[in-house]
Design a protein around this ligand. Structure first.
Ligand SMILES: NC(=O)c1ccc[n+]([C@@H]2O[C@H](COP(=O)([O-])OP(=O)(O)OC[C@H]3O[C@@H](n4cnc5c(N)ncnc54)[C@H](OP(=O)(O)O)[C@@H]3O)[C@@H](O)[C@H]2O)c1
Length: 324
């Protein structure tokens, strides 16, 4: 049987777009076909570097291109809603960077639009698809080391202060929670579900965004998740899972391709999960397999999961008084 080649369009020619695009070049049946930027010069330069066939100086031209099969949205968080809606209204399947929207209302509207248009939409939470993360999910499901009693996870990096750049700029949705805190929150949600109670504190900096955020999720039977994010300090960026009979560590940086260390019975074992790409290839291949099956929703990064995730981020933001 002949397999289909998927023509990918890249919307927004920024930093992550470049990394993702490099990975696409290594994904079977993926064709890095077009890139759109607000500036044609920038699109052409991006296209030249990555050998991309078509460059556009507006996002509209990309969504109107009939040859485009799937669009990857790589703009700042605050534009995910507008750009996803633009694609969906033009019946283009969407893989949109995280967070899918700025609040639950936006995410719900995007999902409703995808459902109404019968078009695929997925949040690009790449960790969900990584081999070491699959291993952890299987470990938890197998109960090999008993129940999961709690976890700690952090993600902090020391971003040089620049009030205009995405990370610190409130108008672009800056701050630690929405940018990197989403990963520890995603981990807790995936492994423990929605908490019964949330506590959170944040350091709000001079641009009005959270420069760090400390979160505690409380569950039944004294199960707890302690989470932390920061853009003002580099932290280990590991995740430690405490099972009844073992401690399992997702080594640094836990959200990207990484290794797993298991401590039990006084022994320690580290398992490597070597990959040959930046790690974005796994979500891209998954999207293609969903499209091949005619799915409009991922069976792994589901609509419910994106809704639960943004609901938690909304609740944390409410606790720390962070309003965009
Ligand atoms: N999955 C991951 O590992 C990962 C890593 C980093 C970031 N991300 C996510 O990817 C998204 C983009 O992050 P990034 O670091 O790539 O950002 P970035 O380098 O600042 O790029 C964002 C791009 O968005 C476009 N854009 C459209 N309107 C804009 C505006 N008003 N101001 C600035 N840029 C605008 C620009 O492209 P044009 O000028 O070409 O139009 C810009 O290059 C964020 O939502 C972030 O959460 C994900």
């Amino acid at each position: 049987m002949q397999t289909k080649t998927y023509n990918w369009g890249i919307l927004g020619a920024g930093k992550i777009a470049k990394k993702f695009s490099k990975d696409l070049l290594l994904v079977p049946d993926a064709n890095l076909y077009a890139v759109a930027s607000r500036s044609l010069d920038k699109a052409q330069q991006f296209a030249e570097n990555l050998n991309i066939e078509v460059s556009y100086g507006s996002y509209l031209e990309l969504v109107e291109d009939e040859k485009v099969d799937i669009i990857y949205i790589a703009t700042p968080h605050v534009f995910h809603f507008e750009h996803s809606m633009l694609c969906l209204q033009h019946k283009k399947p969407v893989l949109c960077e995280k967070p899918l929207g700025m609040n639950k209302q936006q995410v719900q509207t995007m999902i409703t639009q995808a459902q109404n248009e019968n078009v695929f939409l997925m949040e690009a939470l790449w960790t969900q698809f990584l081999p070491h993360f699959q291993f952890v999910l299987e470990l938890r499901d197998s109960k090999k080391y008993g129940e999961l009693l709690g976890l700690e996870a952090d993600f902090g990096f020391d971003a040089p202060f620049d009030a205009e750049k995405r990370i610190y700029n409130k108008k672009l949705g800056g701050g630690s929670l929405m940018d990197v805190g989403i990963y520890p929150v995603f981990l807790a949600l995936t492994l423990l579900g929605k908490p019964q109670k949330i506590e959170a504190t944040a350091k709000i900096g001079k641009t009005g965004v959270d420069e760090n955020c400390k979160i505690a999720f409380f569950y039944a039977n004294d199960v707890k998740a302690n989470l932390y994010s920061a853009i003002d300090e580099t932290t280990p960026t590991t995740a430690t899972l405490r099972f009844e009979e073992a401690v399992v560590v997702l080594n640094s940086r836990f959200h990207e391709p990484s290794s797993i260390t298991i401590q039990n019975d006084g022994k320690e074992e580290t398992i490597e999960f070597p990959v040959t790409t930046n790690g974005y290839s796994f979500e891209a291949a998954h999207v293609q397999s969903m499209l091949a099956n005619g799915n409009t929703e991922s069976d792994k990064m589901t609509y419910t999961k994106s809704l639960d995730l943004i609901e938690l981020l909304d609740a944390i933001r409410k606790k720390v008084g962070l309003v965009y």
